[in-house]
Design a protein. Structure first.
Length: 580
């Protein structure tokens, strides 16, 4: 992807000459994608020039690492993707592009988010036949839009928005101390300073809804930073915040380009979800856009959310297009799509199929990661555990610090922002991401308290939880424990990300939490599987002493849990016990 000032001017001039210019077609967008995703995408950009050496056609494509599959360069980032050409030359340009791809031996072309109203649709069908590609087109998304000229308006010209009373009530609730306002950031310095906060808010919001945001990935973060930097030079980037005083309720990372305000990447704080801050932000954006004569459309982009439908007064369809050199691959694509559409027609059937596919993929990944020579012993172990198993859990009480803390780390009450920071820090650690999703659910749904161990820069190093000892179900034993004292609290579900293991963070965290609990008049306890040697050593280092153990013996569906006291000394009269 050449970084050339002359090409940049020519490219963007051509974008402005096409039938429906989009910010996603610009040179700046293509360059931001290249800078952020160059490790996984290989740009394959075709430029066409006329007899006067003027740029008259652009196909911003990319190939996979093997060079066998081609897609739009902006397929995973742009709401709309298209081939660009001067008026009247789309068919000629597409024939040239597909002919070149065919001559290079490209057998699979996937074109996502091609606007259904684009001149490229008919030209693509014809060019595909001439280049001996088989073409299949289907609906990808139906993007909702707000045509500002079509809005119903009051006498003073202000738009009539849906749910006006609810909107006023929510805005008043959020703006008790200061009126709610929109703040727009457009300059490069403003955007670079605030974008990290927006990204963390987006990741936190997704965690609260049981998902991992794409902004947890460093490539996505880099893309948004580069895009803001490049687009801000022409005044096209706009990061909008809905605020009251210094408090931010909702965000939208968007663009203003050729009369359209793009609702591209919104998010809001989960703590105020009852006031629908996302809905309120969109309402105020539309209200403000309606007062700007330079704006004609608010484009709500990809995704079918109910709140968008309340505002939309028109739609724009995009297509998912596949071109195959192989007839069998072409017909497999059609059959797969038809089968998928049939499955999606029933929620129950779709859920069952997704569950089966997930289990199959997990099993395939499990077997692929292990050598065939070691599978038989593992399978034998799994079979043995199904028939008979014995599990021992050691129970510890904290009696005081053994080693002084260095002060380089701190223990803090766990909040959603800590989980968001961790998701961005450990985006490649699948097990940690799964833990973070579980932790996010627990924060809002269970009567427990979480803690996080952080370094001097605030990076999460270890997570742990505490709850009442009495009534807790030990997951390793599937047994419920009871305590004789209401002051007994239990630490559980401790986790260190893989990249931070072996550095003593587990011992540091549980010791600091135990100190906090002790200072508040509680008796800290913790448990560990006897087979987890690292955990046993860490607890001893943290000042925990073993009080007793619980053993679970299981034969088929029958189980028995027994308690064993250590053979040294006499146990105190009052201590926790266990029952099934």
């Amino acid at each position: 992807m050449p970084e050339d000032a002359i090409l940049r001017r020519q490219w963007d001039a051509l974008v402005l000459s096409v039938e429906r210019p989009q910010v996603f077609y610009t040179y700046e967008w293509a360059l931001a994608v290249h800078r952020a995703y160059n490790a996984s995408l290989r740009p394959l950009v075709f430029l066409a020039y006329d007899e006067q050496n003027s740029l008259c056609g652009i196909a911003a494509l990319a190939s996979d690492a093997g060079g066998n599959r081609v897609s739009f360069l902006g397929a995973t980032t742009g709401d709309y993707c298209d081939f660009l050409s001067v008026p009247g030359q789309r068919s000629q340009f597409l024939r040239a592009v597909l002919g070149e791809l065919r001559s290079r031996g490209i057998g699979e072309i996937t074109l996502a988010n091609l606007p259904a109203d684009s001149l490229s649709v008919a030209a693509l069908r014809q060019a595909a036949r001439e280049s001996h590609y088989r073409c299949f087109m289907r609906t990808a998304y139906v993007c909702t839009q707000v045509s500002l000229d079509s809005l119903e308006r009051r006498n003073e010209g202000k738009p009539v928005l849906p749910r006006k009373k609810m909107l006023r009530r929510f805005l008043n609730a959020m703006g008790r101390e200061n009126p709610v306002r929109l703040d727009h950031l457009r300059s490069r310095n403003e955007l670079q300073a605030i974008l990290p906060q927006f990204m963390q808010a987006h990741v936190a919001r997704f965690l609260a809804t049981g998902r991992i945001s794409n902004m947890a990935r460093p490539e996505r973060q880099l893309f948004l930073m580069e895009l803001a930097k490049l687009l801000s030079e022409n005044g096209w980037a706009v990061l909008t915040r809905m605020m009251s005083g210094d408090r931010v309720f909702a965000w939208n990372y968007g663009f203003q380009f050729q009369g359209t305000w793009f609702w591209y990447q919104p998010t809001f704080g989960s703590d105020l979800e009852k006031y629908s801050p996302g809905f309120c932000l969109l309402a105020k954006v539309i209200e403000e856009a309606a007062e700007n004569p330079a704006l004609k459309v608010v484009d709500l982009g990809l995704g079918a959310e109910d709140y968008k439908d309340r505002f939309a007064n028109r739609t724009r369809e995009t297509l998912f297009v596949t071109l195959r050199a192989s007839a069998s691959a072409h017909y497999r694509e059609i059959v797969r799509y038809r089968a998928s559409a049939m499955v999606k027609s029933s929620r129950e059937l779709e859920a069952a199929v997704r569950s089966s596919m997930h289990k199959f993929e997990s099993a395939r990944k499990y077997f692929r990661q292990r050598e065939a020579a070691g599978m038989l012993p593992r399978l034998a172990g799994v079979l043995r555990n199904l028939l008979w198993a014995k599990t021992e859990v050691l129970v510890y009480e904290w009696f005081g610090s053994v080693y002084p803390q260095t002060g380089e780390v701190q223990i803090r009450p766990l909040a959603l922002d800590h989980l968001a920071t961790a998701a961005m820090e450990y985006a490649d650690d699948e097990k940690t991401l799964a833990y973070l999703l579980r932790a996010a659910r627990r924060l809002t749904s269970e009567p427990v308290e979480g803690f996080v161990l952080v370094d001097h820069e605030g990076r999460p190093l270890h997570f742990a939880w505490h709850t009442r000892f009495d009534g807790f179900v030990l997951p390793e034993l599937k047994a419920r424990v009871e305590a004789s004292s209401t002051e007994d609290v239990l630490l559980f579900d401790c986790w260190t990300p893989a990249a931070k293991r072996g550095r003593g963070h587990y011992a540091q965290a549980v010791e600091l939490i135990a100190e906090t609990m002790k200072a508040s008049g509680k008796r800290p306890w913790i448990f560990s599987p006897a087979a987890n040697v690292a955990s046993v050593h860490g607890l001893a280092k943290a000042g925990f002493q073993r009080r007793y153990s619980l053993s679970r013996n299981r034969v088929l569906w029958w189980q028995n849990v027994t308690r064993h006291s250590p053979n040294w000394g006499e146990l105190p009269a009052q201590e926790a016990s266990a029952r099934i």
